[in-house]
Design a protein around this ligand. Structure first.
Ligand SMILES: CC(=O)N[C@H]1[C@@H](OP(=O)(O)OP(=O)(O)OC[C@H]2O[C@@H](n3ccc(=O)[nH]c3=O)[C@H](O)[C@@H]2O)O[C@H](CO)[C@@H](O)[C@@H]1O
Length: 367
């Protein structure tokens, strides 16, 4: 019997790649060969990806820019589709699964033109533009949230809710219990943006900590992701005000650091939200503003609605507001424990296995 082959396609940021990595890990024990198609941005993020082969595809994104730029990007996507066709003809995969982002358009479009079943996984509470382009031709659409808005009406695919697959490192860290904050304990505060970091965290968090009364500031241990260009100014403030802080542009061991944290201030990308739930950690979320689909606002609301997170819009995310939130953490530590429990109640640890099982079932139904 031929070994099943599944092509996974994901844009090269953590938010798209990590769920694909989790699915790959879940498919491997079923004897499936995995090929990853992604763009040039993957760099060292793809180091741990359990693929048998990694194929680079176009990274053209028609978002933003002038009409000419958009036109050029559309031509690139079309050329990418034409280039993907011979690769897919050679590989003859049983399915191509896309995780969103423009680099997934050429492989999935080429697959559907060749009659190869395509699966779209939408991680966010609102379907992204690349996935919307592909949904009409997909035979299976899986979603990370119970409801995904903006799915095109013409999509005839079977719809399933699997949750967002999280990396094996997150599942490992999820066995670490939440440590309630004792009266004189240090509060472990973790601050991060997304896979690319977020400037607003470097702008606001150090100033908020400067506003904290000295006795509370001494009770903080901070771990903060800051873009390389922001590193010095963040470090300078922490040195000045005597805050214990570990700062880096990207933490490879973030899942373990999330598990060790008692309060997390972050953006609300789909993977971040899924990880907060699987790990069961309290958070304050600042959705990425200005996104056309407001997907991060929908993601954050999911945790807010169950009492697992507070959500602050970027305009209201001021040093004073954050200082007040942190003061409350120290004064009402039981609130952190309650939010941790609420987060854990909506975590889906087996989303990768669920998605793998649904894809294999879907393929065998088609046989
Ligand atoms: C700017 C942008 O287009 N953002 C989108 C992108 O987000 P982006 O990729 O930034 O955000 P996600 O929250 O989905 O993923 C971030 C991932 O990076 C990891 N991490 C982060 C920092 C660090 O130091 N180490 C580390 O490992 C997190 O654990 C998480 O797994 O894709 C998401 C999923 O489609 C969308 O919701 C976001 O709107």
């Amino acid at each position: 019997m031929k070994q099943p082959l599944i092509v996974l396609s994901a844009g090269g940021t953590g938010g798209h790649l990590f769920p694909a990595e989790s699915l790959a890990s879940a498919l491997k024990p079923h004897g499936v060969r995995i090929i990853l198609m992604t763009d040039g941005r993957v760099g060292n993020i793809s180091g741990s990806f359990p693929a048998d082969e990694i194929v680079q595809v176009t990274s053209a994104s028609p978002s933003g820019g002038s009409v000419i730029k958009k036109g050029l990007a559309a031509v690139k996507l079309l050329l990418g589709t034409l280039r993907a066709m011979p690769t897919l003809r050679r590989l003859k995969p049983d399915a191509v699964v896309g995780f969103g982002g423009y680099p997934t358009v050429p492989p999935l479009l080429a697959a559907s033109l060749l009659g190869i079943p395509t699966v779209v996984h939408e991680q966010n509470g609102v379907m992204g533009r690349a996935n919307r382009l592909l949904a009409g031709r997909a035979s299976l659409i899986a979603t990370g949230f119970p409801e995904a808005k903006n799915i095109p009406a013409k999509a005839k695919a079977e719809m399933i809710y699997t949750g967002n697959p999280v990396r094996p490192a997150v599942l490992e860290a999820s066995t670490i219990p939440f440590k309630p904050l004792g009266a004189n304990d240090k509060l472990h505060l973790l601050v991060f943006g997304g896979s690319q970091g977020a400037r607003v965290m470097s702008d606001i968090v150090p100033l908020a900590l400067r506003l904290l009364p000295d006795n509370l500031r001494q009770r903080l241990h901070v771990t903060q992701q800051a873009r390389a260009e922001d590193y010095e100014r963040v470090k300078q403030v922490y040195d000045e005000i005597g805050v214990e802080a570990e700062i880096a542009p990207f933490f490879k061991d973030l899942p373990k650091r999330m598990a060790d944290a008692q309060f997390i201030v972050a953006r609300s990308g789909a993977s971040t939200v899924a990880e907060l739930a699987v790990l069961g950690r309290p958070s304050l979320l600042v959705p990425l503003p200005g996104a056309i689909d407001q997907d991060q606002a929908a993601n954050a609301k999911y945790l807010e609605d169950v009492g697992a997170a507070r959500v602050i819009l970027q305009n209201d995310f001021t040093p004073a507001r954050l200082c007040a939130e942190l003061t409350e953490c120290f004064e009402k530590p039981e609130r952190l424990s309650q939010a941790a429990t609420a987060a854990a109640s909506v975590g889906i640890k087996d989303a990768g296995d669920r998605l793998a099982a649904e894809i294999l079932r879907h393929l065998s139904d088609k046989d």
